[in-house]
Design a protein around this ligand. Structure first.
Ligand code: ADP
Length: 632
């Protein structure tokens, strides 16, 4: 039989061959009394339990009282000699007896009970036995105290464990609450909710206060029916994820994770729901955009700032002949022709400074080597913080438009060319007639010949202009450089202008000994064009000033007028082909908008620059620069 400590004690007391009773140390009331003692005093247990010890036993004698008090303060006292009185068959008997008082301590060392041993004085042997039992009792008592101490420690440990449990729970809740857009549920093997927390808990229709410790079937049987197969899967050890769309339109990604103990048994299931509505919406948006990009007629390409291609749509494939697989990860330089490779760094640097490049006309090479005419619109791709992380490029094939223009140019070129021959003979005839009729008595004839000569020359300039444009477009505008004195050319042009233009005054200053290496005829047409524009767009009687400025590397020629000037919004366009400023005044001034276009091309091909400083009504100064020849 297994006996616990408490039972152990009762057993010993119950079977002791002496009278034993246990008193409450404070009240001295009897708490326990053994059969032997009941026999000694011939009384029933029921009449004694809870009664005062002093009333039952004759302890009035001072020695007995002292011994009892000593036990109360923790000291054992042996061998107090006294008497016990019993009534047997109506007769009162007084028997001498030995009393032993033994303090019983609680776990904290306080005397809580007093054990009293009462022995009839019937021999020494019994006395010894009693001493042995007493010792055993003391040992048991000690053991009892130790056990009690152990219990106290266990209790402390329990409190600590509970504390750490509370801390872990707090941690779990704060983790769950701080994962944005999440709900975390833990279920046990019976699918009962162990824990539930998260900032979307209420949005998803759960409430921790109501749910924890409950079974889902008791909360919402329909909802449980829907979730049960999933709970079963996770509790059978499967780790998986599902996507859900709520009736309210939100998207959730739900992860199911089995939580196993050290023996590999699934003890609980962890369910993590994440609100992925924003991601889903972004995905939908980008899918729509991707569809637009894919079906666009234009080639749409994106690349990094290092010119590595990151996307390549179907039209890019159709246009350039390369598939997306061939091009993604490759450099964009693969489609840029040799002579245009410097365009790319230029474009990237413009984008980096936040600019967009609109309708930039250029050429790109296809996989089979053809050159395509393209109009490019290039924009920076920015991240949420506004940092430029890439480049998007929309390329429109304008080859056909270019071919159309080419045909027009060819036609203009051909017509101009055909007109040139008869015009040359006409000019020659007019000049011959002019010199013959110069002294004719009919003043009309001499004047008419002079005017005819002027008009024929204007016509020749115009035709030359058209011819040059068509040559330029066809890439046939040849620059034939030769060394010559620019100041000399300026003087010649001015002399001739002064002969034909009498409405304005001209000045030429600071232009001495300027040697250049350039195409004399073409530079001549640039200067003539600037001067004739100055005449055309300034009032009669005003002056036109030509100046030169020379430094080590360049020579700059300027032509200044006091005319109508140019509005700032037009300044950027006047060097474009066929661009004319349309006002009520300019409408009556003849021109085709090709002079400045041709001049700019000619200057650029000499490695120079052309620009204007002007303000509406304040006159204009046109400048062009040319590389200067090194002086010996
Ligand atoms: P156009 O044959 O029309 O003169 P250009 O190419 O020489 O063609 O000039 C383009 C346009 O620039 C002109 O139509 C005119 O509006 C403007 N422009 C050129 N020179 C001047 C000037 N000196 N002052 C004012 N406007 C000018």
């Amino acid at each position: 039989m297994h006996i616990t400590k408490e039972e152990d004690l009762r057993y010993i007391i119950g079977h002791a061959p002496a009278g034993v009773c246990i008193l409450n140390a404070d009240t001295l009331n009897i708490e326990l009394i053994n059969t032997h003692l009941l026999k000694l005093i011939n009384k029933e247990r029921e009449n004694l339990l809870g009664k005062s010890y002093k009333e039952i036993f004759e302890v009035a004698k001072p020695d007995n009282e002292t011994a009892l008090n000593m036990a109360g303060t923790g000291q054992s006292s042996h061998d107090y000699k006294g008497t016990i009185i019993r009534v047997l068959n109506g007769k009162k008997e007084v028997t001498p007896a030995t009393f032993v008082y033994c303090p019983v301590r609680s776990g904290k060392g306080k005397v809580s009970q007093i054990a009293v041993w009462i022995l009839e004085n019937s021999g020494e042997a019994l006395n010894e036995e009693l001493a042995a039992i007493n010792e055993e009792l003391a040992a048991t008592n000690e053991e009892y105290a130790a056990l009690n101490e152990e219990l106290v420690t266990t209790n402390e440990e329990l409190v600590e464990t509970q504390d750490s449990l509370r801390r872990s729970e707090k941690l779990f809740r704060s983790i769950a609450l701080n994962i944005p857009g999440s709900l975390i549920i833990v279920i046990d093997q019976d699918h009962r909710y162990v824990a539930i927390e998260g900032d979307i808990m209420e949005k998803m229709g759960y409430d921790r206060r109501d749910y924890e410790g409950k079974h889902p079937a008791d909360i919402s049987p329909e909802r449980y029916e829907a979730s049960r197969p999933l709970y079963e899967r996770v509790m059978s050890g499967e780790k998986f994820s599902v996507e859900r769309k709520a009736e309210t339109g939100e998207f959730y990604l739900v992860h199911f994770v089995p939580l196993k103990n050290e023996n590999g048994v699934v003890e609980s299931g962890l369910i993590i729901a994440l609100d992925i509505t924003e991601i889903k919406q972004a995905e939908e948006k980008s899918a729509k955009l991707a569809a637009i990009v894919e079906t666009s007629d234009d080639a749409i390409i994106s690349k990094t700032l290092e010119s590595v291609i990151t996307s390549w749509n179907t039209s890019a494939q159709r246009m350039f002949g390369y598939t997306a697989e061939e091009m993604i990860g490759e450099s964009i330089y693969k489609i840029i022709p040799e002579d245009r490779q410097d365009e790319e760094p230029h474009i990237i640097s413009r984008l980096k400074s936040g600019d967009r490049v609109d309708h930039f006309e250029t050429k790109r090479r296809t996989k089979d080597g053809r050159l395509l005419d393209l109009s490019l619109t290039i924009s920076p791709i920015k991240d949420k913080q506004g940092n430029i992380i890439g480049v998007s490029k929309i390329a429109r094939d304008i080859t056909e438009k270019k071919q159309e223009e080419q045909r027009k140019n060819d036609f203009i070129g051909m017509v101009s060319h055909e007109l040139k021959t008869p015009l040359t003979s006409l000019t020659a005839i007019i000049q011959a007639a002019h010199s013959k009729l110069r002294h004719n008595e009919d003043p009309f004839l001499s004047g008419a010949m002079e005017k005819a000569n002027y008009q024929a020359r204007r016509m020749a300039t115009m035709i030359n202009g058209f011819l040059n444009v068509s040559r330029l477009e066809a890439g046939k505008l040849l620059i034939e450089k030769q060394p010559f004195d620019l100041d000399q050319l300026l003087r010649e042009i001015l002399e001739e202008t002064r002969l034909t233009v009498t409405t304005h005054s001209f000045s030429l200053e600071e232009c001495d000994h300027i040697a250049v290496n350039a195409d004399r005829d073409k530079i001549s047409s640039v200067i003539s064009n600037l001067i004739s524009n100055a005449v055309k767009y300034s009032p009669k009687g005003s002056s036109i000033d030509i100046r030169c400025k020379i430094n080590k590397e360049t020579v700059i020629v300027s032509v200044k007028d006091d005319g109508m000037g140019i509005k700032s919004e037009d300044i950027g366009h006047i060097f474009e082909r066929y661009y004319r400023i349309e006002t009520s005044v300019t409408r009556h001034i003849s021109g085709f908008g090709i002079g400045l276009y041709l001049s700019a091309e000619i200057i650029k091909r000499h490695g120079g620059d052309i620009w204007v400083e002007s303000e509406s009504t304040k006159g204009s100064i046109f400048y062009f620069s040319l590389p200067a020849t090194k002086r010996k």
